[in-house]
Design a protein around this ligand. Structure first.
Ligand code: PMP
Length: 398
């Protein structure tokens, strides 16, 4: 079945099967038009401007924050624009981390993206915070049976991927929130891989922080979102210092602006944020039940076809239950980079390597995998091209 949304994505021309959306998703015309309109009619720096363009840019930037907030079901004052998901996670590690004391602990898992590991390792090096880890089960899910034994009053934060960027497994957020609240720990979700697959109601999730990047939700590169509860943003010291994040500056000391400005030092990614606002408006109006059905149908085709291919091992849940269409696999006797190169010559864009999740691959005794990741514009022609390319790769490599 062809996908009607596809015509809104100018880059998706015939002959290209783009199966690398978990790395960067493509942008629809609605987003491209919004960015072009800003850059050609209102481009200027935000705040403090007293000319027409500066006022238009400031208004458009504020409207983008409202659009993102409305899509996530939270107040605009709780949305911090960052340069990406990684920057949002580093912000929490620095600013919430500054409120922790030596001996406090952060609970992570063995399947985290490096962006949700390294900032915490750096915090540990700075301040003696202990890191604890939930294991990964054979299906590539975080093993929540370890929650009780790893949570106690010393754990101030549980920081986990809402969806794994390798296995596609969706976290049981309610179980994590319930267990964390028993010991008074806050919960941060790395939502980079969940955000592209349907609307989010952050208040209903019951978490305290949520991070994701624009380029995976059909918006430009260079912008991301940190959502945090107002009381946390108020309590946290700023991470970066500079223009716009201050109330008053003296030569030797300064006072801070209220959040979210407190966390947005310097000129923000204005055009990219406006693109993200447009993406959120566009996402909010989509027929999500149909999109989910299509994504599941295509994911099932991937799982079935890979399951029937000799020498293939899928790293992740074999069923559609609580998983998104991100499918990583190893092909015995073939290197992921070789597979990707041959598939590229067949017009199929994949990703091969450790996908910034080295500990997860180590858990499965692998150096890397090949990943096919789908998005709302994927259709059967992509899956046909994938299996034709894989057959070609097997013929050449095995
Ligand atoms: N977390 C996860 C789960 C991801 O998949 C990614 C992107 N690969 C990131 C964090 C980091 O996102 P970015 O590189 O856009 O900052």
């Amino acid at each position: 079945m062809t996908n009607a949304l596809r015509s809104q994505f100018p880059i998706l021309t015939p002959g290209l099967a783009y199966l690398d959306s978990a790395a960067t998703a493509q942008m629809p015309l609605a987003v491209l038009d919004a960015v072009r309109s800003f850059e050609t009619t209102s481009r200027a720096n935000v705040k403090r401007g007293v000319h027409r363009l500066a006022e238009a840019a400031t208004d458009a930037y504020a409207a983008a924050r409202r659009d993102v907030a409305a899509y996530l079901g939270v107040p605009a004052s709780e949305i911090v624009f960052t340069s990406g998901c990684t920057a949002a996670l580093n912000l929490v590690a620095h600013s919430f981390g500054a409120l922790m004391k030596p001996g406090d602990a952060v609970l992570l898992s063995g399947l985290e993206h490096h962006s949700n590991l390294v900032p915490w390792q750096m915090l540990t090096a700075r301040s003696g915070i202990e890191l604890r880890f939930l294991d990964v089960d054979a299906d590539g899910r975080i093993d929540l049976s370890g929650l009780e034994s790893k949570l106690d009053a010393r754990v101030k934060l549980v920081s986990l991927a809402h969806v794994s960027n390798v296995t596609g497994a969706v976290l049981d957020v309610a179980a994590v929130v319930a267990a964390a609240s028993e010991v008074g720990a806050r919960v941060l979700l790395d939502g980079a891989q969940r955000a592209p697959h349907g609307p989010l109601d952050l208040k209903a999730l019951g978490v305290d922080f949520y991070a994701f990047g624009g380029h995976k939700v059909f918006a430009p590169h260079g912008v991301g979102v940190l959502w945090a509860r107002a009381e946390l943003l108020d309590a946290m010291p700023p991470f970066l210092g500079g223009g716009e994040m201050i109330a008053q500056v003296e030569l030797t000391h300064s006072t801070w602006a209220a959040a979210p400005a407190k966390f947005e030092a310097g000129t923000p990614p204005i055009g990219a944020a406006i693109g993200l606002g447009a993406a959120c408006r566009w996402l909010g109006a989509l027929p999500w039940a149909d999109i989910a059905a299509n994504e599941q149908h295509l994911c099932q085709r991937l799982l079935d076809g890979l399951g029937a291919t000799p020498g293939v091992r899928v790293l992740g849940p074999q069923s559609l239950q609580a998983r998104v269409p991100v499918v990583s696999f190893a092909l015995e006797g073939a290197h992921p980079h070789d597979i990707c190169q041959i598939m590229d010559s067949a017009g199929v864009a994949l990703r091969g390597g450790h996908h910034c999740a080295q500990p997860l691959h180590k858990r499965f005794d692998l150096a890397g995998t090949t990943r096919a990741s789908l998005a709302l514009y994927s259709d059967d022609s992509d899956i046909d091209a994938f299996f034709a390319g894989l057959a070609k790769a097997r013929k050449i490599l095995l």
